[in-house]
Design a protein around this ligand. Sequence first.
Ligand code: M6R
Length: 608
Amino acid sequence: MCGIIGYVGHRPVVPILIEGLNRLEYRGYDSAGVAVVNGSGLEITKAAGRISVLEEMIDFESKNTFGIGHTRWATHGAPNDTNAHPHIDSSEKIAVVHNGIIENYKSLRTFLEQHGVTFKTDTDTEVVAQLIGHFYDGDLERAVRRALREVSGTYGLGVICTEEPGVMVAARKGSPLIIGVGQGEHILASDASAILSHTSQVVYLDDGEIARIEAGNFRLTTLDNVPISKETEEVEWSLEEIERAGYEHFMLKEIMEQPESMRNCLRGRIDLTEGAVHLGGLVDCTRELVRAKRFILTACGTAWHAALVGEYLFEEFVRIPTEVEYASEFRYRNPIVDDGTAVIAVSQSGETADTLAALREAKQRGALVLGVVNTVGSTIARETDAGVYLHVGPEIGVASTKAFTGQVAVLALMACYLGRRKHMSPAAAADYLQALSRIPEQMQETLDKVNVESEKVAERYSQRNNWLYLGRGYNYPVALEGALKLKEISYIHSEGLPAAEMKHGPIALITEGMPVVFIATSGLQYEKIISNMCEVQSRGGSVIAIATEGDHEIAKQADHVIYVPHTIEPLQPLLASIPLQLIAYHAAVIRGCNVDKPRNLAKSVTVE
Ligand code: M6R
């Protein structure tokens, strides 16, 4: 999972590549590099570290108008200067940027070494550059095509050659690539964020496609050179939406814009008078969904936590057995899937390799496959039979926030949509939808009230190295999500658990002053969670409770209480997750961590 950018046109290329890399940096930030073609050959600037390091080194005055760039999340080879992309072949004519993994790179490397090639890096990508160089006979596109026949694995590739200035070849298998279509110029990128300041007209490459891109035109073909014709599409996200809007971090911006993103997510989908939900993306498969014998929700990370809320919602309101599977496990355990199973892939990016692989596996086994995806036009969105977009706008911060609440909201809508066609009465649906439609304004109330309290909790406990997050029922996934948020951006060890599980082992961890966050909003298991809080307090742990407004009693069992507005139990994750996002955010800031680009992580995990 890396970011790729390429430009061919009439403007100086360096500022365009650097701007694009800055927008793609969330995809990986171990090292970055750029290759431009000048009159005498390839000019390569690359370095370990952030794009800012590259910016210090690069010649912004360069008049060259053709080049490629890359920001890396290391898979093969340490994140150092040498292993930074672009990589070149031995003749130093061909430069390659790559996102993905070349699985057979070792055997290809041996083959090339036997043909006299000396490798300079430890990367799998250099093998591609050398292989293209090996086959190059004056036609770059042909050499790429020939090389890719030998390659197994995944790739989004941008390739240039000094002998063919103004010709960029791109190829895709498993890693996203988009061509931005401008006036006398084309931009190649891993996603639309790097293109939008230049054009909103794009063409999405699909797996198995190769593009030959020049300033004034481009040509798409299959690996076997069969021509493909594709319409240009308009990207709906604006540049403004993918900028920080005055916030110090994308994560904070995205937390704060949840009332708005939730409004956008729900807009036009709820009919309060009829007690009905409208989901255009499901219309064609509604009959099949209602008849399904089983649902499997599959996802990774935060999306998996949202899917877990989805499981509870589906089983409560649709009454069809529902399971949640880590996408990375699903594919490899010979799952039982048939045409009575509907598999729903939940993913913000729509590009997560494990989730994509799981859905392909399910499809191959005959399941109906759906997507709950944020990024329009992403691979998962395009490969599913049907689905529902989140419409929460671009999420740039590596820690997922508004996408989580968007995913939960969409799954809540789907539960009602299907529930109404099964067992849910119009009156029950109307109450449920009434509560759902109030969520955006309640999110605003929550944000207005809990930010200061959340910061205080973060200040008080940010130096503690172990935290527990506990919840029951619908709040169990919220506990998992709270713990993930804290660990991924502040590097504090935190664990999320069903509260009742604590006494089966983790209670041994409780020491004097250890922060234990309870999601203890009103509901069926409220009394039980209060007992769990007592158990922690009596062992010296510090209890931080997320509670429902008006619950003053809870303060007796808690060292800190953060109140969120009252809503029905199934929708509580939408509000209760907000203070947990804020606690994680403030803890990371206090600890001096890079909130938007936490170490070792990347926004979109496009490798398995
Ligand atoms: O784009 P996806 O929703 O498929 O991404 C899944 C996970 O990689 C993602 O949620 C990850 O866990 C986030 N860093 C969590 O904040």
